[in-house]
Each structure stands twice: as C-alpha cells, then as structure tokens.
Write a protein that binds this ligand. Structure first.
Ligand SMILES: Cc1cc2nc3c(=O)[nH]c(=O)nc-3n(C[C@H](O)[C@H](O)[C@H](O)COP(=O)(O)O)c2cc1C
Length: 202
C-alpha cells in the first residue's frame, strides 16, 4: 500500500516538504509506504482543452503529468500539498492537477485523498477548498485530520516549531493509513457510477 505525496511548491525541501515528511511518518506508523513527488520547477503547460486525452487516456503534452498519472494508477492514496500563494494554491499545482485529473481521473477514483498547505500567515483554508474540489468531483474519499490541514512558516525551521501544525500532519497520515487499510480489508468492489454529460441548455 502506497501513498503519493505531491509537493506543488517551488522548494524541494522547504516548508511544504517538511509538512509532507510528517504525514509520511504518520503513514509509516500505520505500515503504509509513501513517496514524495516533487513537481519539477520547469515551465508547465496548462490544460488547453484539446480533449485528446478523452481518446488516448493520456495528456497530449508528454511531461511530468503523464509520468505522475502512471504512478497514480498504482497508488492507493494521495496528498496534494502547496505553499499558499495569494490565498490560493500555486499555479503550478493547479495546472498539474487540471491536466492529471482530466486525463487520468480513472486512476484517482475511490482512492483516499487530502490537501495540505503551508502558509506564512493566512489563506490555507481557502486553498483547501480549491484542491478538495478535485477530489469531490472524482469519487475520492477526503481524509480529514484533527485541525485544518496547514502548517505555518516561512522556512522549514518555523514549521518544525509549529507543534499543532505538525500534529495535524501526523494525525492526517495516520488517518489516511487507517482508511486505506480499511478499504483493502473490506475488499468491497466500488460502484459502477453512471456517466451522463449534459450541457445546461440542450
Ligand atoms: C508569491 C508568493 C505569495 C505568497 N502568498 C502568501 C499568502 O497569501 N499567505 C501566506 O500566508 N503566505 C504567503 N506566501 C508565503 C508562503 O506561502 C510560505 O512562506 C510557505 O510556507 C512557503 O512554503 P515552501 O517553503 O514549501 O515554498 C507567499 C509566498 C510567495 C512566494
């Protein structure tokens, strides 16, 4: 059992990473493996709405998004993480998720997910709202913790001092590990959901 922990910030070993490491520790306590996936700091294409993925199942731009969705197919859960930028997630994370979810929704469905944020001061709850929407449109159970999913800091040392934030991350990891094990133990096939796609005016 494995969880992919996505760092959508620009700092490979920054505050967001520090929070993800604490989630990894919680998962490990539950006997669940994890991998931190850093979205490279290179220009990332936005979704251009070409719909070619509807036929091919992969994004037309063959970059880290296709690499990630291939990993996602084998994963059991996900955490998407970002620093807060102007009270929202990074543009990089949103471009990445638009393309990964549009081309690879089937790899995410019925797998537990959570969104976490690192902020110097404010904007993490508004950011959670944005990322949780990807999960709730993709049949993904959203995993919660014991407080809002955020840590405070401008540098990793600050995050390590945020005792409550780190506790929230640790508890989130444990909760996710527990849910993944429950799903595996139950072995209940997931529902075959209908797919009706109507425009508003037809
Ligand atoms: C462009 C930019 C915008 C930011 N906007 C916010 C903000 O709205 N609220 C906030 O609390 N911190 C904001 N910050 C600070 C970062 O969210 C914060 O330092 C974060 O912990 C850095 O995480 P990282 O080390 O993983 O990059 C901003 C930083 C940058 C570079």
């Amino acid at each position: 059992m494995k969880v992919l922990l996505v760092n959508g910030g620009p700092h490979k070993n920054g505050c967001t990473y520090t929070a993800l490491c604490e989630i990894a520790r919680g998962l490990e306590e539950q006997g669940v493996e994890s991998e931190i996936y850093f979205i490279e700091n290179a220009p990332l294409r936005d979704c251009i709405g070409c719909l070619s993925c509807k036929k091919s199942g992969i994004c037309v731009f063959d970059d880290c998004v296709n690499e990630f969705t291939a990993k996602a197919a084998k994963a059991d859960g996900f955490v998407f993480a970002s620093p807060v930028y102007y009270a929202h997630p990074t543009g990089k994370l949103l471009s990445f998720m638009d393309r990964a979810f549009y081309s690879g929704a089937r790899h995410f469905a019925f797998k537990p997910a959570a969104a976490i944020f690192s902020a110097r001061r404010a904007g993490s709850v508004a950011s959670m709202d944005v990322v949780n929407k990807y999960f709730s449109i993709a049949s993904m159970p959203i995993v919660s913790s014991t407080y809002w999913n955020h840590v405070f800091g401008k540098a990793p040392e600050d995050v390590l001092k945020d005792e409550e934030g780190m506790m929230t991350m640790f508890n989130l990891g444990k909760n996710m590990g527990w849910l993944i094990k429950c799903i595996a133990a139950a072995g209940i096939p997931h529902p075959e959901n209908q797919k009706i796609n109507t425009n508003f005016i037809k």
